[in-house]
Design a protein around this ligand. Structure first.
Ligand code: HEM
Ligand SMILES: [Cu+2]
Length: 603
């Protein structure tokens, strides 16, 4: 818990994310049970509102983001030949802020009611007049705290990639996963501040009776929507770009070919990142902003289909003529293509402003974004787990269980969400806790709920696979997939200092190049010698806990306590800055110097 090692922090992120996947998954199953047939009162309207709000928020902020950030933490420094991220202690602090933020958000279930204003928390519905309980305060404070962690994490990754690449690792030799980490971090850096500002204004409205969103007093609710989607749309690219990165690695590795159109892939990543900022109003077509505004945002949204199409074709061409191995990771990558393309097609449909008056706030939109979020992000997370597991835990996940895992989640997924397109077109609105008999909605809702349980069984198989592997999995070789990038050049278990000698990079897919040249190791760029390591620290966790106390105190309106906690927080911060800590040195020639990483084998 005091660690500052990027690899352990990465695993902590992934483990927390998987835990919340469980929480968010239960919420989803409860939602589907409520909708299994017409006029049900399984959970009732109030709980239903809380369920869809916490489900959405949890899945985006506490599942998709931390798991992807976990992989970035573990893998990206290895791919660029670095020994850690640029600011290891700040990295730990980022993790603990995320952790306590997620905790605050979820405590709400046991402390007076969960938030119920939707993941987008539209004002004025979320002002205290209309959402009286503490629920939206938990949302507001929880997301602010975890958001600070995310922003710091992004800065850390950007500095790492700019400054800490091994000699020879030029920008256009960076693996695609590193590239997408880079662009995603830039997106976070620009997208999270609007959210933070919004949450801050909402906090003032709720806690201190300010009137930013109170129309009666001259406030403006459109501001919330603009700032939210100025964050919210880039956010969807924040969770899809790293997924594209993962898929690119998996396609190249299991086709035994260099990624087709590497530079086009990099270019389209950057273009998608940029365009991600130009389209936020497509979430607001029905606000009545006028035909010109709608037309501009319609066109800019559709433009995104172009770089995305480039990517799809490059992945297909990577497979073309390759020696394809259908491992579980590759199955997820292949299954991702048609699934994600369908999500993209419905994306262009909802981006057609006049048509969106019909689709908006219907189940059609729910189908759209689950096709991209599950078919894209979740499938990529699954692929990444199977692909990088041997690197992270020294064990191979069982491939036979992996196939079950894939097919059940793949079939279950389409069973849940394909019918939702029809439900939407038949007029079933989102976020409504029930529907009447005789409107033709019964059958597809039933199919959808059954699909949810098929999907859940698929995920449980993954859990079983992880438990089984921890108990009796065989030790993995250090390069089980005949990998192409630097992370596979390291011994297993990964030494604490990563590379005993910083590698010299000679081209794209540098480990592959060395193997082609008949070598089993990468060329070193420095002589063997002692390595400087940062010390562990308990301050990041302590500081985060103090911040959590401040947050909870604010939610309970004990402003004195909150203020005191913030003073302590600042005190710790100063103590940390003033503390003189030189770290320590490790000599890789010493036989058991790298073994500390071995503890991770047990999960
Ligand atoms: C070609 C690409 C895409 C286009 C043109 C597009 C367009 C749209 C539009 C117009 C909406 C608003 C629909 C409405 O509320 O009536 C929407 C909603 C949404 N999209 Fe996409 N989208 C695309 C790709 C993606 C991707 C890649 C993701 C995520 C990985 C995503 C996630 C979402 C989410 C979460 C919502 C719902 C937000 C909410 O109302 O709660 N979209 N999309
Ligand atoms: Cu959008």
């Amino acid at each position: 818990m005091t660690t500052v090692d990027h690899k352990k922090i990465g695993i902590m992120y992934i483990a927390s994310g998987l835990f919340y996947l469980f929480v968010g998954g239960i919420e989803a199953l409860l939602i589907r049970l409520q909708l299994i047939g017409p006029n049900q009162d399984f959970v009732g309207p109030d709980t239903f509102n809380q369920l869809f709000t916490t489900h959405g928020t949890t899945m985006i902020f506490f599942v998709a983001m931390p798991i992807l950030i976990g992989f970035m933490n573990y893998i990206m420094p290895l791919q660029i030949g670095a020994r850690d991220v640029a600011f290891p202690a700040m990295n730990a602090f980022s993790f603990w802020l995320f952790f306590v933020g997620a905790l605050i958000f979820n405590i709400s279930w046991f402390a007076g009611g969960a938030p119920d204003g939707g993941w987008f928390a539209y004002a004025p519905v979320t002002l205290d007049q209309y959402s009286p309980g503490p629920g939206m305060d938990f949302y507001d404070i929880g997301l602010q705290i975890s958001g600070f962690g995310t922003i710091m994490g992004a800065i850390n990754f950007i500095v790492t990639i700019v400054n800490m690449r091994a000699p020879g690792m030029t920008y256009l030799r960076m693996p695609l996963f590193t590239w997408t980490t880079f662009v995603t971090s830039a997106l976070i850096l620009f997208a999270f501040p609007p959210l933070t500002i919004n949450l801050f204004l909402l906090m003032f409205d709720r806690l201190f009776d300010a009137n930013f969103f109170n129309v009666g007093e001259g406030g403006n609710v459109l501001i919330w929507q603009h700032l939210f989607w100025l964050f919210g749309h880039p956010e969807v690219y924040i969770v899809i770009l790293p997924a594209f990165g993962i898929m690119s690695e998996v396609f190249a590795t299991f086709s035994k070919k260099r990624l087709f159109g590497y530079s086009a892939m990099v270019f389209s990543t950057v273009v998608i990142g940029f365009l991600g900022y130009m389209v936020w109003v497509h979430h607001m077509f029905t606000d009545g902003l006028g035909p010109l505004v709608n037309a501009i945002f319609s066109v800019s949204s559709m433009l995104i289909a172009i770089p995305t199409g480039i990517k799809i074709f490059n992945w297909l061409f990577t497979m073309w003529g390759g020696r394809i191995q259908f491992t579980t990771a590759m199955l997820y990558a292949v299954g991702f293509i048609p699934t994600f393309v369908m999500g993209g097609v419905t994306g262009v449909m909802v981006a057609t402003a006049p048509a969106d008056y019909q689709y908006h706030d219907s189940y059609f939109v729910v189908a759209h974004f689950h096709y991209v979020l599950i078919g894209g992000t979740v499938f990529a997370i699954m692929a990444a787990l199977y692909y990088w597991y041997p690197r992270m835990f020294n064990r191979m996940l069982d491939e036979r269980l992996g196939k079950w895992n894939f097919w059940l989640t793949f079939i279950g997924f389409h069973m849940i969400f394909f019918p939702q397109h029809f439900l939407g077109l038949m007029g079933m609105p989102r976020r409504v806790f029930t529907y009447q008999e005789g409107m033709g909605l019964e059958f597809w809702n039933l199919v959808s709920t059954i699909g949810a349980f098929v999907f859940a069984v698929g995920v449980l198989i993954l859990v079983y696979n992880i438990v089984l592997t921890a108990r009796k999995g065989k030790p993995a070789p250090h390069d089980p997939w005949d990998g192409r990038t630097l992370e596979w050049a390291l011994p297993n278990p990964t030494p604490v200092y990563n590379f005993a000698q910083t590698p010299l990079v000679k081209g794209l897919d540098s480990f592959w190049l060395e193997k082609q040249a008949g070598k089993s190791q990468v060329t070193a760029a420095e002589p063997m010698g002692p390595i400087h390591m940062p010390s562990n620290s308990y301050l990041p966790i302590l500081q985060s806990v103090v911040f959590m106390i401040a947050g909870l105190a604010a939610i309970y309106r004990s402003f004195g306590v909150a203020l005191l906690a913030m003073v302590v927080f600042t005190g710790i911060f100063l103590a940390y800055i003033l503390e003189e800590d030189e770290g320590y040195h490790i000599d890789p020639r010493d036989p058991d110097s790298g073994n500390e990483g071995g503890e991770e084998a047990h999960g």
